[in-house]
Design a binder for this molecule. Structure first.
Ligand code: FES
Length: 154
């Protein structure tokens, strides 16, 4: 945590103490980037660092789907399962990716390359069905498009 502590201290210099609550998410993201996934002790550490109630940090940690709480692969494939994507074939999309990668939602391939997750609305409803892989959105998905995307990442 010492290297992370230095990063936390750097960020804290630009946040006034009155709005230190706003540092919860960036500190969780920094920790995630350093460690790959978050555990309860990370939330407790941040709560202690910011002198905030532990529950406040734990709530943030469990609310956001991008704050992984289990180990994930190099490429995290998040398929939106909310209404627009669901109506436009989300289950077909997930089934295709599952077959292609040989994993079910929530699982990671044996080579740690891909993790498949179903998540709530990613705010790209007009281009449903869609998925996010790491920081990139892939929209208006078809099976052929998915094949191209995944093959490019192999
Ligand atoms: S319903 Fe899929 S992005 Fe909103």
């Amino acid at each position: 945590m010492s290297c992370l502590k230095e990063q936390f201290d750097e960020l804290r210099k630009i946040y006034p103490d009155e709005i230190k609550d706003a540092m919860v998410l960036p500190l969780l993201q920094m920790t995630l980037k350093a460690k790959g996934h978050l555990v309860e002790s990370d939330a407790l550490y941040i709560a202690d660092y910011l002198e905030l109630p532990a529950m406040q940090v734990k709530e943030a940690m469990t609310w956001y789907s991008m704050l992984y709480r289990t180990p994930v692969g190099k490429h995290v494939v998040k398929v939106c399962r909310s209404v627009a994507c669901s109506l436009r074939g989300e289950q077909r999309i997930v089934a295709h990716i599952s077959k292609k990668l040989g994993i079910k939602p929530g699982e990671t391939t044996a080579d740690n390359k891909f993790t498949l997750l179903e998540v709530e609305c990613l705010a790209s409803c007009g281009t449903a069905p869609m998925m996010q892989i790491n920081d990139t959105y892939h929209e208006d998905l078809t099976e052929a498009k998915i094949d191209q995307i995944l093959e490019a990442l192999q």
